[in-house]
Design a protein around this ligand. Sequence first.
Ligand code: MTE
Ligand code: MO
Length: 321
Amino acid sequence: MSKTPDMPRSEATPESVYRNRRFFLKTSIWAGTSLATYGLYRQFRPQPEIVNTGGKIDTAETTKFVDGLPADERINTFGEIAGYNNYYEFSTDKSEVAGRAKDFITDPWSVQVGGLVKQPRNFSMADLFDFEQEERTYRFRCVEGWSMVIPWVGFPLAKLLDVVEPLENATHVAFETYYDLKQMPNSVHAGIDLPYVEGLRLDEAKHPLTLLATGLYGKTLPNQNGAPIRLVVPWKYGFKSIKSLVKITLTDFEPPTTWNLANSREYGFYSNVNPHVDHPRWSQARERRIGEGGTRETLMFNGYEDQVAHLYQGMDLRKNY
Ligand SMILES: Nc1nc2c(c(=O)[nH]1)N[C@H]1C(S)=C(S)[C@@H](COP(=O)(O)O)O[C@H]1N2
Ligand SMILES: [Mo]
């Protein structure tokens, strides 16, 4: 067929820039039980502080270990999270995205929510900040084989869905990223059809772990991370976590998704993190945690198995990859 998308190359080879053993096992503040899953829930009420990093990244931060994280897992630094990005509309080079996205205009912004709902509505960012903002620290696993731990700020998508009231025949939720060739000139070289679109089953969308993120590290989202609002689905590969949302549509069919359209054999609709189902071109059994040397085991559903396995009961996860 047409073009072969180049995002999905395995990242099994560590990059020295991000190799940093300094932080490894620095402290062990979590002495508790086997924490296969975690998610820190801290009420955050006020709107995150507005910042504009102007594309500049401070990489000289100290590391953080927090309660609720297994002792050997640290939160990635702001510099790591905001300096290593996939956002093809701006660049296919992870270290270039921040600089290219620095002037992206995210104000004014609104998210149009419609489709099979009783109360279709346009939400301004002010409306979206009316939802109680929480801090949630989640693992984030890219299909390419790298991962991070990210302290998001945001609110459950379920709360927004409650407001618009899905109709009884709604089964899925479709998401769409902002698209403007002028602001996102790399779009013509992205090798994927744009605007970027994603989708979830309605029960996945309503799951309490599914977040609409408005910030990270207590600040509004950097442009490169999907400002001003993006989806975060921590048990799925990172490409499901669609950035810079402008549209959310309830449907009665499985919506098309960008990477599935680009290569359906390699990227399924579900794309749950699963160490037992390899990508056709590389193993998914292990991952490279940004900032660490070596690799670590990839956990079933990215470590959220206890919370989400029930969603897929009776499903063949090899077929429904
Ligand atoms: N609109 C849009 N959303 C996107 C992408 C993209 O290229 N465009 N990349 C996806 C991929 S592959 C990953 S791994 C994550 C990366 O998010 P991060 O840069 O905040 O780590 O965003 C996802 N959402
Ligand atoms: Mo990714």
